[in-house]
Design a protein around this ligand. Structure first.
Ligand SMILES: Nc1nc2c(c(=O)[nH]1)N[C@H]1C(S)=C(S)[C@@H](COP(=O)(O)O)O[C@H]1N2
Ligand SMILES: [Mo]
Length: 197
């Protein structure tokens, strides 16, 4: 069932549902390709590009960074929205504060397992609700939802919330990611219905 359990529930939350979206209580799984294996011994998160010195966090090092818990509404371009999703992880801006970013860096290419990418302006990622999440609903992320690490950018359509993140590339110029190259809108604001370009 895609809609909320009652019409009333939907009315109550209507100001939280962007145009063309419908509520779901489920958590659909959507991605290109297969679910990658996680090997804690070899996994790393690389920060590279326009930085003073490229960095690589092991999973243990990543988990030592201060954790934050957020509650956010998420909106998928395929028209489902889900309210009050609970994520825990490291704020993007917390992670990037441990890196010397060159002043000309304005965009980030998020690199994932199996060559999935998505591009996001650095300013968007510095928001106080943008998380590199390793927990969902007070449990470890499940493999199909991005374990061990996914990006969560609640203010954009959910394809920008890349699963299985392995790299953050700081860039001066924007470059299009996997779905953005294939016709998805570069800005992806659900409130403006920026679905396809
Ligand atoms: N690595 C990777 N991340 C990805 C995708 C993908 O294909 N590969 N698909 C995106 C899309 S299109 C959506 S809608 C969301 C779905 O997240 P979910 O499966 O946790 O609901 O993941 C996004 N992150
Ligand atoms: Mo999607």
């Amino acid at each position: 069932m895609l809609f909320g359990r009652s019409g009333r529930e939907e009315n109550v939350n209507s100001d939280r549902i962007p145009p063309g979206q419908r509520l779901t209580d489920k958590f659909p799984v959507l991605h290109y390709g297969s679910v990658p294996q996680f090997d804690r011994a070899t996994w790393d998160l690389k920060v590279f590009g326009l930085v003073e010195e490229p960095l690589a966090f092991s999973y243990d090092q990543f988990l030592e960074l201060p954790a934050t818990r957020i509650v956010a509404d998420i909106h998928c371009v395929t028209t489902w929205s889900k309210l009050d999703t609970i994520w825990e992880g490291v704020l993007f801006r917390e992670l990037i504060n441990s890196v010397q970013v060159d002043p000309e860096a304005r965009f980030v290419m998020v690199h994932c397992e199996q060559d999935f990418t998505t591009n996001v302006p650095l300013e968007v990622l510095m928001d106080d609700d943008v998380l590199l999440a390793h927990r969902y609903d007070d449990q470890p992320l499940t493999p199909e939802h991005g374990y061990p690490l996914r990006l969560v950018v609640p203010k954009k359509y959910f394809w920008k919330s890349a699963k299985w993140v392995r790299g953050l590339e700081l860039m001066a110029q924007d470059r299009l990611g996997f779905w953005e190259v294939r016709g998805y809108h570069n800005n992806a604001d659900p409130w403006k219905e920026e679905r396809y370009s």
